[in-house]
Design a protein around this ligand. Sequence first.
Ligand code: SF4
Ligand code: SF4
Length: 376
Amino acid sequence: MACGLCLPGCPTYQRTADESESPRGRVALMRAVAVGRLQPSVTLKAHIDHCLGCQACEAACPSRVPYGALLTDARALLASQPPKARLYHTLLHATQAPRLLALAYDAARLGTRAGLTRLLPRPLSALPRLPARSPYRRPRATAGGRPVSLFLGCTAHLDGDTLAAAMTILRHHGFAISIPHAQGCCGALARHAGDTRLADRQEKRTWRAFADSAGPVIGFASGCVAQLHAGRQEGKPRFPAAVLDIHQFLAEEVPATSWRLAGLPKTIAVHEPCSLRNALKSAEAVYTLLRYIPDARIVPLPGNDTCCGGAGDYFLREPVMATALRTAKQSAMTGIQADIVVSANIGCRLQMRLGETAPLPIVHPLVVLAGQLGKT
Ligand code: SF4
Ligand code: SF4
């Protein structure tokens, strides 16, 4: 099938009008390699590298072409081609140790503030000013109530406010929260980079950590949950029974009457991360939960059908396209009459706050919800 219905929604095709930068073109390139009509090359890898993996094409495709899975395979196949930034691949390995990743982030943040990143090779030299991370406090498991297991991944150390909000909400609703200490990264960044060995290692470690989970595994970073979910859909062995985005879980499991949130007379614009919108298809749950807040006006951020350019590691690998997409998102924030923007993925929030100050505060939806709990 080559109907082209996926083309208009593809951010890279929108900006280049180049068939090789479209989903249809990339699928054709992948097929040509698979049947031996084309040899893997640096040029071919560039077209695949430019893809954001946002899966807007998969959501638009009437023939259900599994673009995300094809892209993962293509990246693994092309991983032997010279990487654009070897230093970046070294940084990838920091995801194996969340504390090390947090330290690397702090060092990079100071470097961008002092202008020291200019001394690094591209694309790291193009890294804009990084925002401060919120402090991490190791969460404690709670007993009693219905069991859930919380996935922290490697990003919770960068996102302490959201972790604290998730714990507050789950405790408030009486869940018994288990947090296996042996868990690690979901493997998404390594998978995007085509480093199958590292991704498999990280994924296996996480499966083992959650193998005995009594309840569903829930996560609050939609990109990580989407990666875990994809692994489960592939039927990989020993994967826990259910992996859910926390908004979907709360919207399904906690009745509206149990929330009792204090009013908030503000307009909240919802950014829908591609991982939540296209991969997990649970963006609506964010709206459902926020609408429980009395007096709050909940609106979508214009342009939700287009990726912000964060896309996991994309903002590091492809700074030119990432900056163009970020600028469009920041313009949408400037143009909308809102007080606050919420986004369920840490990578998107980071991307939208990069560079000069973002036009509006951007937080995780759980932070807003937790702030209104227990005030009535
Ligand atoms: S995943 Fe996104 S960027 Fe990549 S081809 Fe599909 S729509 Fe385009
Ligand atoms: S990937 Fe799907 S939407 Fe895109 S050209 Fe092929 S069949 Fe059409």
